[in-house]
Design a protein around this ligand. Structure first.
Ligand SMILES: C[S@@+](CC[C@H](N)C(=O)[O-])C[C@H]1O[C@@H](n2cnc3c(N)ncnc32)[C@H](O)[C@@H]1O
Length: 285
């Protein structure tokens, strides 16, 4: 499919055709991403740059990556990078690949954070620093802590903070949700694991075989992490502070009920681009 001497344009057409024939969801975007990665340049697919021929080494690497993509490994795992809300995040195998849905959580949080206010933010289950770093990049006066049970995911988070020039305003610690943390925080955000355990095995191979189970599995009804987080938030949230939670499909009502039992009131519900209620905003009553 790919051979040295092919132009980048020919390679793109061949790859996207093979990906389409294999039934991948985004064959053209995947082909472009892999060629950009191997060619090491964003402009590789445009104009005269796309007439350049692949070297032996590039053709070998591209073939290997294409085979892994055809084996349903996600592009972000192959490149080790994912763009999210205007920042580039490096990933390791312990990190969930950031999803566009989670940008709804960032937008809900930013809408509540006036520019220039030195808010202290807590991101529970931060992974590669996804939500916290996206917020800090937009709010230069804010500082934050990211917590994760996975030490390996936190290595990626620290490296991302440093690479983005946010290291001085972000600290990361290993922990089980809010245990051992000292408040108050002006804002708490979280995208917890929320997929019911029985559904995990039936997920697409890209997710089931490549995202860490710790980042997906929300227990029998998908709500275990919400119960743990909501029980601890009232003690750590500053007066007037907000909690912003990402939701799985159909979870707004059950999560709002658990929140109410812990004295937290629904302030807003934001939908993602598909119209699915995705970000729940709660305040202490
Ligand atoms: C759905 S992923 C979210 C990752 C990232 N915040 C994002 O939005 O893309 C959930 C994260 O929670 C972490 N996690 C799971 N159980 C945890 C626990 N008990 N305490 C802290 N973090 C936990 C996982 O390691 C994972 O990074």
């Amino acid at each position: 499919m790919i051979a040295a001497g092919q132009t980048l344009r020919e390679a793109r057409v061949a790859l996207s055709g093979a990906f389409r024939a294999a039934g991948l969801d985004e064959p053209e975007a995947d082909a472009r991403a892999l060629i950009r990665h191997v060619a090491g340049s964003d402009s590789a697919l445009h104009g005269m740059a796309s007439d350049r021929c692949l070297t032996d080494e590039e053709a070998g690497r591209l073939s290997a990556l294409a085979a892994r993509r055809l084996g349903r490994e996600p592009v972000a795992r192959l490149t080790g990078m994912r763009a999210f809300y205007g920042i580039d995040l490096a990933l390791n195998r312990a990190c969930l690949v950031p999803r566009p849905d989670t940008e709804t959580v960032v937008e809900a949080a930013l809408a509540l954070l006036p520019d220039g206010l030195p808010t202290r933010i807590l991101d529970l289950g931060t992974g590669p620093g996804t939500i916290l770093l996206a917020i800090l990049a937009e709010r230069p006066a804010a500082t934050g802590t990211g917590v994760d049970l996975s030490a390996e995911a936190l290595e990626a988070a620290r490296a991302n903070a440093a690479a983005l020039g946010l290291g001085a305003r972000a600290d990361f610690r290993q922990g089980n949700w809010l245990k051992g943390l000292a408040g108050p925080f002006g804002m708490i955000v979280s995208n917890p694991p929320y997929i019911p355990a029985a559904i995990c095995e039936g997920l697409d191979p890209e997710v089931r075989d490549h995202d860490p189970r710790l980042a997906l599995d929300g227990g029998t009804d998908g709500l275990d992490a919400y119960r743990a987080i909501l029980a601890g938030v009232p003690a750590l949230l500053a007066p007037g502070g907000h909690l912003v939670l990402e939701l799985g499909i159909g979870q707004a009502a059950p999560v709002a009920l658990i929140a109410r039992d812990h004295g937290l009131r629904l302030a807003a519900l934001r939908s993602d681009l598909a119209g699915i209620p995705r970000a729940l905003v709660l305040v202490a009553t």
